[in-house]
Design a protein around this ligand. Structure first.
Ligand code: HEC
Ligand code: HEC
Length: 253
């Protein structure tokens, strides 16, 4: 009898162990870190250790970037001012915010933004994660409270699942800003006609007058290359380039 009971207990243990194994989470390839697809001639950018790129994070960030859920009246997304077909700018002198308001400046491209040592024309924000807060809270842009934006995401079961799949965490200010920044770090230039000439040696990629312009750009006559230098055509410095006598926007000053 004792033997049978022991066997029974043993059987139950083995059986329950097996059952536990069967419900182990199936590894999701979408959670595995991937390498960014860097254009030829560009270095690998800095990526924060708590926000390594994975397919799930990038997809979530992209969805958030184009979702008006982050603006107070759900009318504007990040993509409303950073349009993919305009190189992620909006092509106007001053960007249009919600309720007919006007932003203080224009939206610059966010292609190659992974390399920026700061964000904004005046360098006012130190990194991409923190930058996400600015347009959401800016009264002239999305005019919302980031905590209320997070509440909306928490009430959306699809988003909750996607945040879990990406960060093993619920929607929060931390995960919202990380997901969008993760997506932004995948946006590069490269593969332009200029790149074809420089990296593929395709001498027919530019017209004669474009080549003349390029020569001027890179010599003392045009003198552009001192500031517009390297793969990203910038040295990230702040300069008074003397365009106006009086600046209505004092910028970094
Ligand atoms: C109403 C238009 C508008 C919306 C909406 C908007 N932006 Fe912008 N964005 C701008 C403007 C204008 C600037 C430049 C601001 C400045 O320099 O003062 C900018 C700058 C940026 C920059 C800095 C790029 C660089 O090179 O320094 C990033 C990154 C960015 N936006 C991402 C976002 C994200 C993410 C969202 C959504 C959460 C968003 N934007 C929503 C207009 C907008
Ligand atoms: C002293 C440094 C300097 C030199 C030299 C210079 N630039 Fe610039 N350039 C800048 C700065 C700084 C900005 C950003 C200005 C701003 O905040 O609006 C800029 C902006 C630009 C832009 C707008 C970029 C954008 O994203 O909107 C273009 C185009 C440009 N420069 C072309 C040129 C050309 C062409 C030359 C040569 C004829 C030249 N630059 C020489 C510093 C320089």
């Amino acid at each position: 009898m004792k033997k049978i009971i022991t066997l029974l207990i043993f059987g139950i243990i083995v059986f329950s162990c097996k059952k536990e194994k069967a419900t182990d989470p199936i590894p999701d390839p979408g959670n595995e870190e991937i390498l960014l697809d860097i254009p030829q001639g560009f270095p690998y950018p800095y990526v924060p250790s708590d926000n390594k790129p994975t397919p799930n994070r990038i997809a979530l960030g992209e969805k958030l970037f184009f979702d008006p859920i982050l603006s107070r009246d759900s009318s504007l997304s990040c993509g409303s001012c950073h349009l993919p077909n305009l190189k992620f700018t909006d092509g106007v002198p001053l960007s249009a915010g919600i309720s007919g308001r006007t932003a203080m400046r224009n939206s610059m491209t966010i292609l190659n933004v992974a390399y920026q040592p700061y964000a904004f024309w005046d360098g006012g924000v130190p990194n991409l994660e923190q930058q996400v807060l600015a347009p959401i809270e800016n009264p002239n842009e999305m005019d919302f409270d980031v905590n209320l934006a997070v509440e909306r995401l928490k009430n959306n079961p699809e988003y909750v699942l996607e945040f879990q799949k990406s960060y093993n965490l619920d929607p929060s200010v931390y995960t919202l800003t990380r997901a969008i920044a993760c997506y932004e770090r995948t946006l590069f230039t490269g593969k332009s006609r200029y790149d074809r000439l420089v990296h593929d040696g395709d001498s027919s990629a530019l017209t004669i007058s474009e080549k003349n312009g390029m020569t001027m750009f890179f010599n003392e006559e045009g003198d552009c290359f001192h500031c517009h230098v390297d793969y990203n055509f910038t040295d990230y410095s702040f300069q008074n380039n003397g365009l106006y006598l009086v600046y209505p926007d004092s910028g970094r000053a």
